[in-house]
Design a binder for this molecule. Structure first.
Ligand code: RIB
Length: 310
C-alpha cells in the first residue's frame, strides 16, 4: 500500500442518550435508550476515510487511548474500517476519552467531551513520527487534542508539502499562525463565525461564500463552509462554488461533519478534482445522518456512489 491519509486526533467512547428533546436547566428528562458507540472526531474521520478510500491507499490513525475496554472498542472499530492503528498509544494511567451525547427526536445533538487520554497526545509524539507525515498525501486534524500538537502536525505537513486539512471543531478561536499552516479549513456555520469573532447564525449560500473569503485572509489556502442540510461552499483565490444539500430524513446528526471530512480526505488523496471531492463528501455526510451513532453511521463507499448516481 502507498502512503495515503494520516489522521491526527481524538478517540472517544460515546455514551448516547436518546431524548425526546434537549433538557432545560435543572430539568430531569426520561430518555428512551442508552447506547455506547465508538466515536471521537479524529477516529470518526479515520473510520470514514477507511470506509471510503481506494484500497491501494493506507489510512492511519495517530492518537491516544487508555488501557481500558473503551480503548479496545475504539481500536477494534478502526481495524474494522481498515485503518492502521499501530500509532495509537495505549496509556495505562489515564482513561480513554469519553463523550456524553444527547440526541433528540429531531436528530439534533448536544455533546460534552471529557478528553482523558486525548489530552496526552503531545508535539513530541508528532515529531517522533515525522517520517510518517512525509510519506502521507493528506493529514486530517480536528481540535479535540492539545492545540500545540495540532499546530506541530500542521507545520510539519506544510514543510513537507503534504495536504493539511483542519476541521476547527469543537469551535474555538485560533491564532493566524496556526491557520497559515492549513491548506483546507472546513468549519461549519458556528465555527466559521467564531473564527471571525462574530455571532453565529444560519448562513445563506452568499453569506457562506463571503465568510469563506474572509477566512482566507486569516491564512488557509482554501475554505469549505459546511452548511448542514444546505450542503457546503468551497472558496479559494481562484474558484468558488456551492454543492447543494441532499434531501434525507435526519435521525441523528452526530459525526456528520466528521464523515464529510473523512470522505473529503479520501477523495483528495485519490486525486479527485475539488468539485467532485466536495460532492462525494456531501453525499457521505447526508447518508450518515440517516443512521444512529458516530462510527456506526458512517456509510460505505458503495452506498455513497449509489446515492450520487441516483
Ligand atoms: O463529532 C462527533 C463526535 O464528537 C462524537 O463522536 C464525540 O465523541 C465527540 O468527539
Amino acid at each position: 500500500m502507498s502512503g495515503g491519509i494520516l489522521v491526527v486526533g481524538s478517540l472517544n467512547c460515546d455514551y448516547v442518550a436518546r431524548v425526546p428533546r434537549m433538557p432545560g436547566h435543572g430539568e430531569t428528562l426520561t430518555g428512551s435508550a442508552l447506547q455506547i458507540h465508538p466515536g471521537g472526531k479524529g477516529a470518526n474521520q479515520a473510520v470514514a476515510a477507511g470506509r471510503m478510500v481506494d484500497a491501494s491507499l493506507e489510512v492511519r490513525m495517530l492518537g491516544c487511548v487508555g488501557e481500558d475496554a473503551a480503548g479496545a472498542m475504539l481500536l477494534d472499530s478502526l481495524r474494522g474500517a481498515g485503518v492502521e492503528d499501530g500509532e495509537v498509544q495505549r496509556l495505562s494511567d489515564v482513561p480513554t476519552g469519553s463523550a456524553l451525547i444527547w440526541v433528540a427526536d429531531s436528530g439534533e445533538n448536544s455533546i460534552v467531551v471529557i478528553p482523558g487520554a486525548n489530552a496526552r497526545l503531545s508535539p513530541d509524539d508528532i515529531r517522533a513520527r515525522e517520517p510518517l507525515v512525509w510519506k502521507t498525501r493528506v493529514v486530517l486534524h480536528q481540535l479535540e487534542t492539545p492545540l500545540e500538537t495540532v499546530q506541530t502536525s500542521l507545520e510539519l505537513g506544510q514543510l513537507r508539502r503534504v495536504i493539511t486539512i483542519l476541521d476547527p471543531a469543537p469551535a474555538q478561536p485560533l491564532p493566524s499562525e496556526l491557520l497559515r499552516a492549513v491548506d483546507l479549513l472546513t468549519p461549519n456555520e458556528t465555527e466559521a463565525a467564531l473564527l471571525l469573532g462574530e455571532k453565529a447564525g444560519p448562513l445563506s449560500v452568499a453569506d457562506a461564500i463571503a465568510i469563506g473569503k474572509r477566512l482566507l485572509e486569516r491564512g488557509p489556502r482554501a475554505v469549505i463552509v459546511k452548511l448542514g442540510a444546505n450542503g457546503a461552499v468551497f472558496v479559494n483565490r481562484l474558484q468558488e462554488f456551492h454543492v447543494p444539500g441532499i434531501a434525507v430524513k435526519a435521525i441523528d446528526t452526530t459525526a456528520a461533519g466528521d464523515t464529510f471530512n473523512g470522505a473529503l480526505g479520501a477523495a483528495i488523496a485519490e486525486g479527485m478534482e475539488m468539485p467532485e471531492a466536495v460532492r462525494f463528501a456531501n453525499a457521505a455526510a447526508a447518508l450518515s445522518v440517516t443512521r444512529h451513532g458516530a462510527q456506526p453511521s458512517v456509510p460505505s463507499r458503495t452506498d455513497v456512489e449509489a446515492l450520487l448516481e441516483s
